[in-house]
Design a binder for this molecule. Structure first.
Ligand code: ATP
Length: 351
């Protein structure tokens, strides 16, 4: 089911948690809402669910205006971080719940509900645990049951709010891969809220990056990582290094020295962004050059801190080998890919 969010604004006591947000969620895709705390991810999810009403704007499910429909009418499946299972019900009863409480006309026969719940239990790889109670399950198993319960009603849209947030890193990674497999097999339109960029990059077909109640960028993981359209996204997704530069005469300058990068039509004060790992060491003067301040091991590479130019700006780059720190240790390099943003825009957008 395709979901269209059309200029939705949400205010709580005149505080705007979302400002005129528009987003097209494609049928069958897994889209991650990603952003720092307070950026409006959960609010957007609750609006899609029907747990909140927009102050302005509309939400369409396919062609249908769902803005005034209830949660039940929208037929939504949920998994929340702390959406505890019913403690007094067994695993099987939990999974069956959504079907059992349906009005008589649409409720399947008991035997069919049971069969379906057992199938789902098998599907989430928990066969044999049907008679257990939630407190007899691990955190990861509970979230699998929660997903089975959400799938049981054959939802038009599946909404997951930090479903693995309370689990340890190892289980979290396992469940992330597993969820991707489940999604590929079931093909539900899925909206996944997370503040973990690694999780979003690995799991999602597309990312919707949010900040301060606005959408900053929507795109595939590669698009968002390789071509961030704002300083905020550059900083928030992946690692970034940033330098103040002056653009003049078609070139970029730092402290009166040309750094060998074109200004691409831009003139004035700007901020140059690039990824620490995305650099080449080069020979010669017409390059970015700096003195090594420190170097430390990060995973398989060395992260080298450099002081650049007369302004002594500090940045980090990743290199495959170690470099001694000190005045005589000077490195010249060139970012392979970079983005230049006007200084005014940087100050406006980065919170
Ligand atoms: P987190 O990752 O911390 O859950 P989030 O991106 O999901 O954050 P939201 O929970 O959507 O952010 O909150 C967005 C903003 O709206 C926050 O400033 C929050 O305080 C505010 N807000 C959310 N719900 C309410 C409410 N019911 N009443 C008042 N303000 C609210």
């Amino acid at each position: 089911m395709e979901v269209r969010i059309d200029k939705v604004r949400k205010e709580f006591d005149r505080f705007a948690a979302l400002h005129d947000v528009s987003l097209d969620i494609r049928s069958g895709e897994l889209i991650a809402l990603l952003g720092p705390s307070g950026s409006g991810k959960t609010t957007l999810l609750r609006l899609i669910a029907g747990l909140e009403r927009p102050t302005n704007g509309k939400i369409f499910f396919g062609e249908e205006d769902a803005s005034d429909k209830t949660v039940q009418e929208r037929n939504i499946g949920f998994v929340f971080q702390h959406y505890a299972l019913f403690r007094h019900m067994t695993v099987l009863e939990n999974i069956s719940f959504g079907l059992k409480v349906r009005p008589k006309e649409t409720r399947p026969a008991s035997a069919d509900i049971r069969r379906k719940a057992l199938e789902l239990l098998d599907f989430v790889q928990l066969s044999g645990l049907d008679k257990r109670y939630p407190n007899q399950l691990s955190g990861g198993q509970r979230q699998r049951v929660a997903l089975a319960r959400a799938l049981a009603i054959e939802p038009r849209v599946l909404l997951l709010d930090e479903p693995f947030g309370a689990l340890d890193a190892q289980v979290r990674r396992e469940l992330r891969r597993w969820l991707r497999e489940v999604h590929d097999r079931t093909g539900h339109t899925t909206v996944f809220v997370t503040h973990d960029q690694e999780e979003a990059l690995e799991l999602a077909d597309r990312l919707c990056v949010m900040s301060q109640g606005r959408i900053e960028q929507v795109g595939t993981p590669d698009e968002v990582y390789d071509r961030p359209t704002s300083p905020f996204v550059f900083n928030f997704i992946g690692e970034s290094s940033e330098l103040a530069v002056t653009a003049e005469n078609k070139e970029l300058w730092i402290g009166g020295r040309a750094i060998g990068l074109p200004s691409d039509g831009f003139e004035g004060q700007g901020r140059l962004f690039f990824r620490p790992h995305d650099v080449d060491l080069v020979e010669g003067d017409a390059a970015l050059a700096g003195v090594v301040i420190s170097s430390r091991r990060v995973g398989g590479t060395r992260r080298v801190e450099l002081a650049i130019g007369g302004d002594a700006q500090k940045i980090e780059i990743d290199l495959p080998f170690d470099h001694p720190a000190g005045e005589r240790s000077r490195l010249a390099f060139r970012p392979k890919r970079w983005r230049l943003f006007p200084t005014a825009e940087v100050h406006q957008k980065v919170p």
